[in-house]
Design a protein around this ligand. Sequence first.
Ligand code: KG4
Ligand code: ZN
Length: 366
Amino acid sequence: SGPVTLLAIESSCDETSCAISRDEVILSNIIAGQAVHEQYGGVVPELASRAHMQNIVPVVDAALKKAGVSISELTAIAFTQSPGLIGSLLVGSQFAKSLAQALDIPLLSVHHMQAHVLANLIVPASAARSAASSPVASTSTAASPGPASPASREAARPSFPFLCLTVSGGHTQIVLCHSPLKMEVIGETLDDAAGEAFDKSAKLLGLPYPGGPLIDKYAREGDAGRFPFPEPQIPGLNFSFSGLKTAILYFLQENVAKDAGFVAANLPDICASIQGRIISILLNKYRKAARETGVTDLCIAGGVSANSGLRKAFGEMGRNNGWNTFIPPFEYCTDNAAMIAITGYYKYLAGEFAPLSVSASARAEW
Ligand code: KG4
Ligand code: ZN
């Protein structure tokens, strides 16, 4: 049998995305964001599902065009079945089911959080192209092992078992990954997600939504040791961020009461201190997880893995302990359909197909 060509759809929150893959290689990954939510300071579910309905056909069209694939070449359709906003999931799942039925090809239902983890196994088309052309490249005298060379790409993928810290606007989990389809959540947040901790802190500082990237930006010029926010003492490998949010709220109220210009005058130090504490909460538990499991290949995924302070501290933690660290390219960290495609591919290989009667679900077990 020939290569497995998948069309994958992700619509769990506020990005409409479609990817086309051939085996483990991503040929295209189109993502349409939804600017409509900015003015509300967060994602409005009803507006999100309407925007998905408007976006889905053009996004699917663009993904097929960019990949140079026609629908008659598709082997199967993969889609995000859960978890997420139900109205948003329904648009993607109905579209995927209709397409699978119309083309009479199998359907693959994917768990969004499992997909974030497997984003670490994606082979981007650029790496696959350079692998195909490597015999030519290696005969050239000046050939250097660039980042896209097949050997370094191989080295850039974690081996099983590996751990993944998934940090997004909706989730914070430590996952022990035994094989592509066998994963265990060994730690998770008891309240807010790490991305929410960033965004809610930013809101308290008067910054627009989503504030995570802005805290990151100001933190670069600040002193993280200036305002020591408390670190919660949570047993085991679980996280909690709600205490930090409350501590920041009281800290700001107290200081602004004394000096109305406090935030403006100290923004970089406040941001650096908040970010530093979020990072230490995350990495102290991640370090503990690595020690307890003895696993030495560690990944991070999700939108918060874009944070420059987290990336730096994560790399340092790896070097200090002799662990290998992996971060997917940014476009595969935030919500995207490429990660749905790679997960669908492993499900296809395992023969785990979904019936057309499968329905989307806001919450679901692994
Ligand atoms: O994975 P993602 O795109 O969507 C969800 O599934 O939630 O994650 C979005 C989250 C937001 O909370 C956003 O503020 C955060 O990722 N984020 C960041 C940075 N870039 C995105 N947080 C901190 N620093 C960043 N550079
Ligand atoms: Zn996500």
